[in-house]
Design a protein around this ligand. Structure first.
Ligand SMILES: CC(C)(COP(=O)(O)OP(=O)(O)OC[C@H]1O[C@@H](n2cnc3c(N)ncnc32)[C@H](O)[C@@H]1OP(=O)(O)O)[C@@H](O)C(=O)NCCC(=O)NCCS
Length: 196
């Protein structure tokens, strides 16, 4: 299986009988210069990191770009796992929205696939224009087409309504539990353990 690129993106959708153009319909004139596509390695030059992180003013951005490239190349080693979609404003060469589907293979469900949505974000200037709906809708659709038996996402209270409108519901009796840990070396043979 190949890493997630444009061809794979289109193949996944079209092999199931759906074309992107059928799914993402143009909604108004303002959308004409917006395209949906997989994340690419030079997207850090188009504002992807500024979109995802809110500390670009103070962060070491050169180091972050290096990590970004490493992160993408690591994804090539586990194809079929990470699916990041971005929306690019072609007029401004700027990434204005993004979301990632991570596909996990569940041992306890006979290696069935379970989807998780991460890093769902729309640039402040472009919110409430249904761009988030398109990205989350497409990732959810992609998860379904890949065969995920369920897809989940974590969100804060202030965006719960958005998630509910996208059919992600709070499940009675289920809680999102969190344990903050200080990173420690887990595998001393792994060269990147300092960031684990
Ligand atoms: C949450 C977020 C992705 C929504 O993106 P968006 O493009 O503004 O959302 P849309 O325009 O597609 O909104 C779809 C619907 O949700 C509603 N909605 C969007 N954000 C909302 C919010 N914060 N509170 C309540 N409703 C909201 C919209 O009004 C719209 O309702 P409608 O269909 O009845 O008109 C965006 O606000 C964002 O990036 N937030 C910060 C990052 C974040 O919290 N990510 C986690 C999200 S899972």
């Amino acid at each position: 299986m190949k890493a997630f690129d444009q061809e794979t993106f289109e193949n996944i959708l079209s092999s199931k009988g759906v074309k992107i153009a059928d799914y993402v319909q143009k909604r108004d004139a303002e959308d004409e210069d917006l395209i949906l596509r997989p994340l690419e390695v030079n997207d850090h030059t188009k504002g992807y990191l500024e979109l995802i992180f809110d500390d670009v003013e103070t962060a070491d951005n050169n180091e972050r770009e290096r990590v970004f490239e490493e992160y993408l190349s690591l994804q090539d080693t586990c194809p079929g796992t990470y699916y990041t979609i971005v929306v690019e404003d072609l007029n401004r060469n700027k990434i204005i929205a993004s979301g990632t589907l991570i596909v996990e293979q569940k041992f306890i469900h006979e290696i069935a696939l379970r989807g998780r949505i991460e890093n769902m974000i729309v640039d402040q200037e472009h919110r409430r224009r249904k761009i988030g709906s398109v990205v989350l809708g497409l990732l959810t659709f992609l998860a379904e087409k890949l065969g995920c038996y369920k897809t989940t996402l974590n969100c804060t209270d202030d965006v719960a309504l958005f998630c509910e409108k996208m059919k992600y519901m709070h499940e009675a009796g289920q809680n999102f539990m969190l344990c903050h840990v200080t990173p420690t070396v887990i595998n001393p043979d792994h060269e990147n353990t300092s960031r684990l």
